[in-house]
Structure formats: structure tokens, C-alpha cells
Design a protein around this ligand. Structure first.
Ligand SMILES: [Zn+2]
Ligand SMILES: [Zn+2]
Length: 233
């Protein structure tokens, strides 16, 4: 079996035989990461809504009125991200790129609706009852829609678009999952830039963007140790 690269432009993995056998176009770490992002979104949205509240009410928490100040930096981003999007705008051409009429302003619902709509229409599944960004994210994070989406030719575009959305959201809220260094060289590029992230099954290399499971890294460490032993012998 020839090894096909993962369909995401932001991923450097090739698909495993087991992944190709089930028709996946995205590698398992990418699918896992999409699930992590989608489950993180409701928390991020709570923070965004809190900051919209603070910035528009002009009142301090104790009920004491404060002087209206210039909008805080990032306020426009917050409003854009929380901006509504209509189901009808969410028609996505699976072979094209741009969708809706977002005019370059990223909204969470505007990014999610076209993907949710594509899945519900192709599978004839019922869409989520509510079209809030939270409901859209949790709907798409369910195993059935996510597994099915990860076998479509457009799955790479979906992953890349969500990657961009999450970067924008996390930059706006300044809320990021906790990360810590892993003291082992990357099996692919040998850099000491492996990082483990909370709630994520995979460890990333900050240099070559490779992703590894803990088992893969344990195996790589054993191979390195064996090679050192035989070199010393
Ligand atoms: Zn991938
Ligand atoms: Zn690397």
C-alpha cells in the first residue's frame, strides 16, 4: 500500500495502513485534535461572551459606574467571533474555498455552519436544534459526524480552517491549553522541541510539526537507546 499524506496542509504525517483501510483522509492525530478544539470552543465562547459583556456595559462588577473608555483592543475581534451566521449562508462548495459572506471577518458560527451543513446534507442527518456556536461545535465533535467527516476529500480543508479559527479565538481570549516541554528529541527532525498539551493525546514537535502518540515516542526512545548500546559495544 502506498502511503498517502494526511489531507491537512498543516500536517506532515502520512496515513497509516489502518487509517487508509478505513478510508480516512485525515490522520488520527488530526481527527483527535479537531475533537479537542471543538470541545474547547464552548469554554472559549464563555470567555468571549464575558469580555463582550464587560466592554459593552461600562459598569464595574460592584455596580459602580466607571467612565466610558475607548474600546479595549480586541473588542472588534470579540464581536466578529461571536457574530451570528445563517444556515442559508452556509452553502459550501466542497471543491471551492471561500463560503458565506464573511468579508474576511472570522465568526465561529460562520466557520462551523458550512461544515455542519455539509455533513447533515450529505448524510441526511438532522442538524443541531440550536445554531449557537456552542451547539454547532458540540454537534460536529460527536464521534459519528467527526469520523464520517474525516473520510471525506474535504477533511483537510476543514482541519486547516478550524486550525485558523482556534488560533484567532485563543489569541483573542489569551486562553490556551497548558503546554509543557517533553525532554526527548523529535524522532523525525531531532530537535528538542517536543511539547505535550493538556487534554490532547498527541505530542507535537514545534520545529517540524510532527505529531506522536506517547507509545510512538516510547518506541523511538527504545530504538535510540538500542542504537547507542550497539555503537558502544
Ligand atoms: Zn494529519
Ligand atoms: Zn520534529
Amino acid at each position: 500500500m502506498t502511503h498517502t499524506p494526511c489531507a491537512a496542509a498543516t500536517c506532515t504525517r502520512t496515513l497509516l495502513d489502518t487509517e487508509q483501510a478505513t478510508g480516512q483522509t485525515l490522520c488520527r492525530p488530526c481527527v483527535d485534535r479537531i475533537g479537542v478544539w471543538l470541545r474547547e470552543l464552548p469554554l472559549q465562547i464563555t470567555v468571549l461572551e464575558g469580555s463582550r459583556q464587560r466592554e459593552t456595559s461600562g459598569a464595574a462588577s460592584g455596580g459602580r459606574t466607571v467612565h466610558r473608555t475607548a474600546p479595549l483592543p480586541g473588542r472588534a475581534d470579540v464581536l466578529n467571533l461571536l457574530g451570528p451566521a445563517a444556515w442559508a449562508d452556509g452553502i459550501r462548495d466542497p471543491h471551492g474555498d471561500a463560503h458565506g459572506d464573511q468579508h474576511g471577518q472570522l465568526s465561529i458560527a460562520g466557520v462551523l455552519i458550512p461544515w455542519v451543513r455539509l455533513v447533515t446534507e450529505e448524510r441526511r442527518w438532522n442538524p443541531p436544534l440550536s445554531l449557537t456556536p456552542q451547539s454547532l461545535a458540540l454537534w460536529l465533535a460527536q464521534p459519528r459526524p467527526l469520523d464520517w467527516a474525516s473520510r471525506r476529500p474535504w477533511a483537510g480543508d476543514m482541519r486547516d480552517e478550524l486550525d485558523e479559527l482556534m488560533r484567532t479565538v485563543r489569541n483573542t481570549t489569551a486562553l490556551r491549553p497548558r503546554r509543557r516541554a517533553v525532554p526527548q528529541p523529535c524522532p523525525r527532525c531531532d530537535s528538542l522541541t517536543l511539547v505535550a498539551t493538556d487534554h490532547q493525546l498527541y505530542i507535537d514537535c514545534g520545529t517540524c510539526q510532527s505529531m506522536y502518540t506517547r507509545d510512538e515516542l516510547a518506541l523511538a526512545a527504545r530504538i535510540t537507546a538500542a542504537a547507542l548500546d550497539s555503537a558502544a559495544a
